[in-house]
Design a protein around this ligand. Sequence first.
Ligand SMILES: [Ca+2]
Ligand SMILES: [Ca+2]
Ligand SMILES: [Ca+2]
Ligand SMILES: [Ca+2]
Ligand SMILES: [Zn+2]
Ligand SMILES: [Zn+2]
Length: 726
Amino acid sequence: MLKTFILLGFFLVVLVAPGVDLVSQAKPEEAVHWKGEISMIHRQAPPFESWGWVGEVVGTYQLRVDWKESHRIEVKNEQGTLTGVLVILTDHDSQWSAEVSGIFQGPCERWTHEGAGAGAETLGSGWIYFSLSDDDPILDVMPHGTYHINGHSSERPSVSMTYETYTPCSPDYSNSNVRYPYGLGILRIGRELWRPLPCTTPETCRSATFRASALPASAPWIPAEVLKAKLEQEFIPASVDVGGRIDPEPRVVTDNTMRGHYIARYLGGTAAPGFDTVELTWDLERVVATRAILDLAATEWLPDGNPSDEASSLEITARIEGGPQATEGKFRFTLYEVTREPGYALNAGEKDDTSPDLEFEASQPGFTEPVPTGTSEAWKIETTELVSESTVMIRASDYGAWAKLRCEVNIDGTVHDCQTERGEDYITIPHDTDEDHIADFWEDEYGVRDQDETADLDSKPENQNDNGDGISLYEEYRGFVDIDGEHQRLHPDIKTLFVRDQDNLVANSTFEIVSGLSVFFLGEIGWTGPNDGYYPVDLKKRVVNFNTSGYGHEIDQHALHVLQDQLFGNNRFNEAYRRLSRGDTPSVTLLGQCAGTTSSRLSSPAACSKVLLFSDAMAGSAQRSIALANGNRQVALNQEETDSFLQQLLNAVTVHEMGHGVGLQHHSPKESGGDVNCYMRYFKGSQVISGLTPWPSIFTKLSDCGSGSGNKSCWGQIQVSDISYR
Ligand SMILES: [Ca+2]
Ligand SMILES: [Ca+2]
Ligand SMILES: [Ca+2]
Ligand SMILES: [Ca+2]
Ligand SMILES: [Zn+2]
Ligand SMILES: [Zn+2]
């Protein structure tokens, strides 16, 4: 609002003082030059031709041109979109020289011309129009690259003219004086469609063209429609005698050159009523010493996919080299090869949400709205002003988001690709030099830059059956959402076991300490859901890394589903157990069960549909153990001790069944044999009460209690990765 009032105030001043400039333009810069040669031959016809005068005076001009583009005047359409720019030229380091000679011979007189000149000023005025948009409303009257040049009107050679008369017409007589021909004042290139000139400063350029009445007061630039109207109004067809405007056609910059040739008749001034001719040849090249730099993404920035988070955008800056004096251009950023990972983390967000994981922030000041470029993986955004530096904001909507970003700068119709300081023509978002879609910052934190995105080499805890946890390096990085709704990136060298612990059994047990594994507790929706019943094991259920496009995905890793159940009330399970036991009647009291481990393949979480803890069976077992211990050993337990025993029993059974969940077998040859401290060994509660057997406390590393090939220890059998089920 305030801005409007200021401009209105200014407008009033302009009304009483026409010609005052409305805008101050960018400072002159020296990055863009026009260099080359111009030659001009000016042939003067003799005066009084009809009286028999003959002869010719020829001026030959050579210009070595070095002009610079000094400043720009923006042209915008009614929507305020930048559609074009007028570039004003000024002399920088030019030279010209000329020689003039010739005789006009009349019946009784002779005029002999001889002269030369040189100087460092060549340009009276010059401008080029560069269109910056396909929607440019001026294009049909002033094409992209239209230019117009006027030579410097006061740069003239000095010519000595000797005037002689002789008999019989008149007495012999001779006289000399110095004359100044038109010189560079007749140098014209291009049809003068529009003249924002002559001018030496932006202020005078503007005021020479647009008086207050021609410009809306609110416009700090030239409105394209106003300019077009002016062009149409002032356009003079080539067939009309235009006096000093001698180039017969409009001229357009082509391939960064101004090149042309013409011979035109020129109606001279009062001193020479006949027609002169001007032959002009020019060949100038645009020399751009411009480099646009694209900054790298902040190295510590990691994509934030939380849909409720407002603070995840990344700012990327590109700039035209040269500091505050740099030339200005229109920047275009293109975000491409944008990932579309389902959801926003491996186990969070909608699986069918495959929207782009990175986007330009909408409604950024100084930018057009982002638009797709035609492929579904690319978006572009452009500055609405000519600037020498531009910062664009990019928003992530996925913790594994990745894309490439490139940038171009359109400087007066010439497109320059931005480059990084290292000379690459794009950057990755996030910063990722090995382009494995994993931010280098994160990889360096764990020293895993040399691993590829599918690597699954977690070595800790050590000496278990296998390294890895079924979660690839990219997946460890992209991360998971836990039971509290918190997103976590995982540790690429520590094995994580996913657990849906709906009755808090694992959380209250010693399993995490005993196994050394990092247990990740899942919420109700952070997986593909529970197995339907106990059998068969449905490998499509319990998957934790389900939101994947397939990138960096090697294994469907499964969670263990742990819950309390009723052994004796669950006929369905009993039936299943009978089948599992191949008809055998269980010979021991069943306190828990890892359901579904029927496969002869290496066992891992995939194989176990449910980890069941039978609380009713444990209560009964505890009662019998206490009674047994009481009867045989005269050990009585008070209520507190009884509760404690039950609690310890629950822990022992939970850890034991979780052990089965990560592939552990019973001790062999006897289930009750081997290391008495091991959770995988069968034990008698009454013996624990009597102090004959300790509560189990470890997965033993002694190999004498293992089974199967290699006779591994219980610890050595731990298998987290579902690699054999993929
Ligand atoms: Ca996504
Ligand atoms: Ca990387
Ligand atoms: Ca891993
Ligand atoms: Ca890990
Ligand atoms: Zn068991
Ligand atoms: Zn054991």
